[in-house]
Design a protein around this ligand. Structure first.
Ligand code: URP
Ligand code: ZN
Ligand code: ZN
Length: 457
């Protein structure tokens, strides 16, 4: 099968020019002006942006969490991602405390194999570090192509590890060429604020927000940076939300430390005023919570300063029925929200169209940096000869409205209900196969492939 994409505006993290793209089988084999190759399929991309398929390195599919499971599985989640121009996701395997990393890996393989439509890889969440885990970490890097290790500084009793375990993990991961990533919030502080609010009878979603003030994230981000600096390990802070945490990263750079930062689309666009309503605020109960307008400004600035490297989603959807688990107690609302489908279009609409970021920066944030940081570049994350033919074609002028009535995520509410977006992903190609066309998904469960990742350079 060959595909010729004609007359488009090709955008990568470093270039931005009119060109045609030629695909043979699963790879890009030519990029240039006026290509005249014969092709099985010709797509006219006149007036459209032709970009690498998006990479969302922070999603939770079919994840057991807070007494339930996130409502998108590998089929519905990767399909929704494709509709929004994201061709590869990195999901989180959760080690069960007291159990092995390999058992957790097998559990996630059962969730994904034969079910994923889009491509995927795994981060391994280490929730219980000991000598046995240390040996398995080495095997994950050397044999399984899993080179990033997620840690939680919160969710005590379920996912959190202590600082001693963190430092030991960093030493092993550094030695073998991996990356430690972190949910950086101070779990003990948060747990005590939750308990205080519960005791005072403060049960509404607003108290989820009030139990996780900015300082809990700023403190943990600084502590994580210090532990990385001490061990020399490579590190990445997931879902960074606020000015205080960003300033902790900024301080680390003053001692010439390199530290990678991800924010998520919701922290750039939504703010904590959404919690000032009754139970409806549960739609945005996530951790860390949405912040203030001044934090959005800090994050946009951080993007252009090169401090924020990736825009992900932390897609962890629940249905409205699942959210009712916390009707009488904010601490029981499953944390997370649906976003996997909207990240690329929202970042284009609010970032590029509103003049906050350039087109190449948009590609860097939505695809290229994740591929580079997590050992998939240049197979993924760019349009180049020899790269996987993962392509999103976006109409930059097409307006559309986001709604639960039309989205493809397996949730019955939208975090962006009624929001108008300028820019629509119309055609998506995954490894040379047309995945999305005329608002239909043309690929079946099982098409999605596990991406074995390289060591982090
Ligand atoms: O609220 C969130 N973020 N849910 C998913 C788990 C996590 O902390 O990333
Ligand atoms: Zn988290
Ligand atoms: Zn997450």
């Amino acid at each position: 099968m060959s595909v010729l994409i004609k007359n488009g505006h090709v955008v990568t993290a470093s270039e931005n020019y009119p060109a045609d793209v030629y695909i043979e089988e699963d790879k890009i084999t030519a990029i240039g002006a006026n290509l005249s190759y014969k092709a099985d399929k010709v797509i006219d991309a006149g007036g459209k942006v032709v970009m690498p398929g998006g990479i969302d390195p922070h999603v939770h599919l079919d994840m057991p969490f807070m007494g339930t499971f996130s409502s998108d599985d590998y089929t519905t989640g990767t399909r929704a991602a494709l509709f929004g121009g994201t061709t590869t996701v990195i999901d989180f395997i959760l080690q069960t405390q007291g159990d092995s990393l390999y058992n957790a890996l097998r559990t996630w393989q059962k969730k994904s194999e034969g079910k994923a439509i889009g491509d995927y890889s795994y981060h391994m969440a280490v929730t219980d570090f000991n000598d046995k885990t240390a040996a398995e970490v080495v095997d994950m890097i050397e044999k399984e192509g899993i080179t990033s290790f997620k840690t939680f500084m919160a969710y005590k009793g379920a996912l959190m590890i202590d600082d001693g375990q963190m430092v030991q993990l960093m030493k092993v991961v550094k030695k073998h060429g991996g990356m430690v990533t972190v949910h950086a919030t101070n779990g003990d502080m948060i747990d005590s604020l939750i308990a205080k609010n519960q005791a005072a009878g403060n049960r509404a979603p607003l108290y989820h927000y009030l139990s996780q003030p900015e300082v809990t994230e700023a403190e943990a981000s600084a502590r994580f940076s210090d532990m990385l600096h001490y061990t020399g390990c490579k590190g990445y802070i997931v879902h960074l939300t606020c000015e205080g945490a960003l300033n902790a990263v900024r301080s680390a750079t003053q001692r010439n430390q390199t530290l990678h930062v991800e924010t998520c689309i919701q922290y750039l666009l939504l703010d904590a005023s959404l919690y000032e309503q009754d139970f409806d605020g549960a739609k945005w109960v996530m951790s860390p919570p949405l912040r203030e307008k001044k934090d959005q400004a800090a994050l946009w600035a951080g993007i252009n300063q090169g401090l924020v490297n990736v825009v992900a989603t932390d897609h962890c959807p629940f249905t409205w029925t699942q959210k009712q688990m916390g009707k009488d107690d904010f601490a029981k609302i499953p944390n997370g929200h649906p976003a996997i489908e909207h990240r690329v279009e929202l970042l284009f609409s609010e970032g590029v169209n509103k003049g906050r970021i350039s087109l190449p920066k948009f590609v860097e944030l939505s695809a290229t940096n994740a591929a580079k940081l997590f050992g998939m570049y240049p197979q993924k994350g760019t349009l180049a000869i020899g790269s996987d033919a993962d392509v999103a074609i976006l109409d930059p002028n097409k307006k559309h409205v986001l709604s639960a009535k039309t989205h493809h995520m397996n949730t019955d509410y939208s975090a962006y209900e009624g929001r108008e977006v300028t820019g629509k992903v119309e055609t998506v190609i995954l490894r040379g196969a047309v995945a999305i066309e005329n608002e239909k998904c043309l690929l079946e469960p099982g098409f999605g492939k596990f991406i074995h990742r390289n060591k982090v350079s």
